[in-house]
Design a protein around this ligand. Structure first.
Ligand code: SF4
Length: 495
């Protein structure tokens, strides 16, 4: 049908039923059918009270309603971390370096092209390119980088530069514009013209300001992150959203994070009235990896027996924060983050608050699956939920397909960020296909828009051709990504 007023489908979010319990089977059945939406309070209740297998069953039902029973997907792309020099100091990061450290690096264009050539040789269709936030790189370096990639690899999809990088681009390049939104747009339009196709959702972490101020030192706040993605959506680009949990945050902070994604997604979809323009295409969450990070040295919650009967300090602060509504005396025109003082919380009502940020509650497999399953139920307006085998390992990642995920992400040729924090899983296409097939689905390679490129149903599928699995697995998993060499000072325009 040609475009016409009759063809336009207005985005209408499903109704919420605040009076019902989050455990109400009728409500959850309606959520599965896309006819109801969970409130944040219901989601927190599910987090705390629903048995994991039951939550998994609801999430799986919702996933099957959206994606069917046959295919589960993956993409062949390559992570390219173009620089590890970063002017932020996130406490959960083992990857960043100062520019003068001996193992600081910025890749040359030649090195990046060589990596892409290797990717294309194995059927790859996309690069995921993110860096530290390197103040030495001017705008022209990025423009030449993108145009050079598109010249050499015109069919390659460039999924690059997360919102924190964009916010720093604004600081580094000082573009024209009255507002942050205008400045972001100025930079993004130019990068897009040079070859940028879509934005990854890196740097989301946890949006709640009390958490973000503690762990994301020097990184943009939630409002800036979400505004950046909204600009990308206005320009017609797809993006993803991410969440890194299992550190100092409370469960309600995770729900608050998803709630903001859902709200801004409504805004993006509503603005476009049902067209296929920009919005969040996927949500991927993963637990904090502690090795080699400052935050990883913080003691575990409950290691001291005196803490065992107490509310986790992150839950206490999240309760006081109350989805950002907890700041009763917020002066007009000031952000809640600027006035919320968790140090001054009532000690009788919040006896563990003084431990906030001084304890971590690490997330293991069951908490990961619980969080992912809830994201499938809560994010009714986000198409794809990705399973994070990169952090959880291949078999928990596989289990994720039964807990609401429809996508296994990418084969991993190389990874430098979580591997710096001690996680070193690498999988090839055959193993990824095998993991999906063993879960009862047909593996299918997708592109960035989640359209299926190749269905692996026959005897020539990558996993069906493997004769000796024990040998294949031993060779391809647990492969440490090589560290990048330190390079001489970057020359703008060099290849
Ligand atoms: S997480 Fe990213 S922004 Fe934060 S310090 Fe590491 S490289 Fe920099």
């Amino acid at each position: 049908m040609a475009d016409s007023a009759a063809a336009v489908v207005l985005h209408a979010p499903p109704a919420q039923h605040a009076g019902l319990s989050g455990l109400d089977a009728g409500l959850l059945g309606a959520v599965v059918a896309g006819q109801a939406r969970l409130t944040p309070e219901q989601a927190v209740e599910i987090f705390h009270k629903m048995p994991l297998p039951e939550l998994g069953r609801w999430a799986d039902a919702r996933c099957r309603a959206l994606h069917g029973d046959t295919f589960r997907t993956f993409i062949i792309d390559r992570n390219i971390n173009y620089t590890n020099v970063c002017n932020a100091k996130c406490t959960f990061c083992a990857f960043r370096r100062d520019g003068d450290e001996h193992d600081a690096y910025t890749l040359t264009y030649d090195q990046i092209h060589a990596k892409i050539r290797e990717l294309v040789a194995i059927g790859g269709t996309q690069i995921l390119m993110q860096g530290g936030m390197n103040p030495e790189l001017p705008l022209q370096w990025y423009l030449d980088l993108l145009s050079g990639i598109k010249r050499e690899f015109p069919k390659l999809h460039v999924h690059a530069f997360s919102p924190p990088e964009f916010i720093e681009f604004v600081h580094f390049f000082n573009p024209p514009g009255e507002t942050l939104r205008e400045k972001i747009r100025w930079v993004m339009v130019r990068l897009r013209e040079a070859g940028l196709d879509s934005l990854p959702g890196g740097g989301g972490e946890i949006f709640a300001d009390p958490v973000r101020r503690k762990i994301g030192l020097g990184k943009c706040d939630a409002e800036s992150w979400l505004t950046c993605m909204n600009v990308a959506h206005e320009l017609g680009m797809f993006t993803s959203a991410t969440m890194m949990f299992g550190h100092i945050e409370g469960y309600a902070d995770r729900v608050h994070h998803m709630w903001l994604v859902r709200e801004w997604q409504d805004r993006a979809l509503g603005a476009q009235a049902g067209t296929r323009s920009g919005h969040y295409k996927a949500f991927i969450s993963w637990p904090f990896q502690r090795e080699n990070t400052p935050l990883g040295r913080v003691p575990d919650w409950g290691a001291d027996p005196a803490e065992l009967g107490m509310e986790f300090s992150g839950d206490a602060v999240a309760r006081a924060w109350d989805f950002g509504r907890g700041v009763a005396k917020q002066p007009a025109g000031q952000r809640a983050a600027d006035v919320f003082d968790f140090g001054a919380m009532d000690k009788r009502e919040y006896p563990s608050a003084h431990l906030y940020g001084k304890r971590v509650r690490m997330s293991m497999a069951s908490d990961y699956l619980r969080t992912q399953a809830l994201s499938r139920l809560f994010l009714d307006n986000v198409y794809s939920i990705g399973s994070s085998w990169v952090t959880m390992g291949p078999h928990i990642g596989q289990l994720g397909l039964m807990y609401g995920a429809n996508d296994m992400g990418s084969v991993m040729m190389e990874e430098n960020v979580v591997s710096s924090a001690g996680t070193t899983y690498c999988l090839d296409e055959a193993v990824l296909c095998r993991l999906i097939r063993d879960s009862g689905f047909v593996p299918a390679q997708r592109d960035n828009t989640y359209d299926i490129l190749r269905v692996h149903a026959g005897a020539d599928a990558p996993d069906m051709r493997v004769k000796d699995w024990s040998e294949h697995r031993a060779r391809k998993t647990h492969q440490q990504a090589p560290r990048e060499p330190k390079l001489a000072k970057v020359t703008v325009g060099a290849t």
